[in-house]
Design a protein around this ligand. Structure first.
Ligand SMILES: Cc1ncc(COP(=O)(O)O)c(C=O)c1O
Length: 369
């Protein structure tokens, strides 16, 4: 990675992708991502990260309907409990109250629907009128919202609701992509046809900031083929930065070469099984996971009532056991590297078990046998 980044810095250190200009790593990356994505004849809009990409997808969705003469299709739906970044549109559609609150009025014409119910999505679209709904954003496994995998038929069912109502289906794969769920874009795990896929994080494995949106031909076409359509005046200075794109290209080569993409799937059962052993603890209510290399341990209501800061306390204690985990509102979540081995999974379960036991002892909660 360092070599690829250094080499690109020596060739072309910076160049924007505005108007008709681009740079070679950006166009190569766009073509490669378009080939890898489960999207019909996709085009790729590059950005600087996940938040940029979510905002790009919201604007594209709204502009798309406007260009088709259906200005009323404005409402952006998303799921309760989902996270879509900290930018303006992303904050507005995020389904976590503590992320949305404290800024005054956010974007109007957004609404969140029940997390795991295609019926709720269908009812909301019916209530609003499909002719008023632009898109539905779905994070297949909600990450920052506490690792809730979708129920078995959820993704296909919402795909079908979107297809029937004409609403654009946008998959936010910022966490779920690049191997986390065992596929390139996460969405391949289900029989769905996304109209757009938002990606970031894993596209460079975090070496340099980059994100983007894979846009299906359905959405791209009017911008591409109709000269009367006004140019899409949207794009950031560092979008398609050649050095970031060179890092992404090398990263994708390594993920492919080392068989890392499938690892998310290989790790899901061992991780879930190892953590499920913690359900015997009185500080644990449930363990969620089993879809991709990510899981969450829900802190019990009893422990939370005695110590509302238990999740972050447990995350701090886990550091003493060699683990970096994340404390969320009521759970502790883990997302190990795709290179994790059985030994690492054991370390995660043991370390978290010890951290939970210490948090229970702090508040005099007896350990279950
Ligand atoms: C699902 C999802 N979407 C969007 C974002 C925002 O990405 P970024 O932090 O790169 O702006 C995140 C970040 O964690 C995310 O998890």
């Amino acid at each position: 990675m360092a070599e690829a980044i250094r080499a690109q810095l020596g060739r072309l250190e910076a160049y924007s992708t505005f108007g008709d200009l681009a740079n070679e790593p950006a166009t190569r990356l766009a073509s490669l991502l378009s080939e890898l994505a489960p999207v019909e004849d996709g085009r790729v809009f590059l950005t600087s990260g996940g938040g940029d990409s979510v905002d790009t997808a919201v604007k594209l969705a709204r502009r798309y309907w406007r260009v088709l003469g259906q200005e009323d299709r404005k409402v952006i739906l998303s799921r309760r409990g989902s996270y879509h970044g900290t930018h303006g549109f992303g904050t507005s559609i995020t389904g976590l109250d503590d992320i949305r609150e404290g800024y005054g009025p956010l974007l109007v014409d957004t609404q969140q629907v029940e997390r795991d119910s295609a019926e709720a999505l269908e009812a909301t679209i019916a209530e609003l009128g499909a002719a008023n709904v632009a898109a539905f954003f779905v994070e297949p496994v909600t990450g920052a919202g506490g690792v809730y995998p979708p129920s078995a038929s959820y993704m296909e069912a919402v795909g079908e609701v979107c297809r029937r109502s004409g609403v654009l289906l946008v998959v936010d794969a910022v966490i779920c992509g690049f191997g986390r769920l065992g596929t390139w874009f996460g969405a391949e795990r289900w029989n769905v046809s996304p109209d757009m896929i938002v990606f970031a994080k894993g596209v460079t494995s975090g070496y340099l900031p980059l994100g983007g949106v894979v846009v299906s031909w359905r959405v791209a076409e009017p911008f591409w083929t109709d000269p009367s359509v006004p140019i899409l005046r949207h794009g950031a200075t560092y979008a398609g930065h050649p050095v970031c794109c060179a890092a992404a290209l090398k990263n994708i080569e390594i993920l492919d070469r080392d068989g890392l993409i499938g690892r998310g799937r290989d790790l899901e059962a061992p991780l879930f099984d190892a953590l499920s052993q913690l359900t015997t603890l009185s500080g644990v209510d449930e363990v969620r996971g089993g879809v991709g290399a990510m899981a969450a341990v829900e802190v019990s209501a009893e422990l939370l009532s005695r110590n509302p800061a238990a999740p972050s306390d447990i995350a701090m204690k886990a550091r003493d056991h060699g683990l970096l985990v994340r404390g969320l509102a009521s759970s502790v979540c883990v997302s190990p590297p795709l290179t994790a081995t059985d030994e690492h999974i054991e370390l995660i379960a043991d370390g978290l078990g010890s951290a939970f036991a210490e948090a229970e002892a702090d508040v005099g909660l007896s350990r279950a046998v």
